[in-house]
Design a protein around this ligand. Structure first.
Ligand code: DGP
Length: 123
């Protein structure tokens, strides 16, 4: 019987398993980081848990280690990219109003130049 995870998984699971190509920067037992395919800034990296968690709304206490690791890996990659002093932004989109496109929770690490205002509201 197929597991729910295999039914719901996205292309990010295939990237994590290296079944799809990516510019992977980091991987350990809990998380994987790879460059976004459509970078909005000079540094645009996605940091994802290896376990398929669709969105922030699906995070459970058992995911806390992976969620914390995502932050420490963001710090490491920012330093590797040389943007820790200039600064950067971390974004996790959730659901329809958050404009989440890929239903595998992911943190965007964005930097390399001024990222602009936090939110530009529609007029
Ligand atoms: P979000 O809107 O937060 O769900 O962002 C999804 C991001 O995923 C978006 O910036 C583009 C990126 N993305 C989509 N497909 C691929 C892919 O196949 N490879 C890589 N590296 N990034 C992808």
């Amino acid at each position: 019987m197929a597991s729910d995870q295999s039914i719901e998984e996205t292309l990010f699971s295939k990237i994590i398993r290296k079944e799809l190509p990516s510019d992977m920067l980091y991987q350990d037992d809990l998380v994987t980081a790879f460059r976004d395919i459509s970078p909005r800034l000079p540094t645009h990296v996605l940091i994802v848990p290896n376990r398929h968690i669709p969105s922030v709304d699906d995070v459970t206490p058992e995911d806390e280690a992976a969620m914390g690791r995502m932050l420490s890996v963001a710090r490491k990659i920012a330093r590797d990219e040389g943007i820790n002093d200039s600064g950067y932004r971390l974004i996790i989109n959730c659901g329809e109003h958050g404009r989440q496109e890929v239903p595998h929770i992911h943190m965007h690490l964005l930097g390399g130049e001024d990222v602009g205002p936090m939110i530009v509201r529609k007029s």
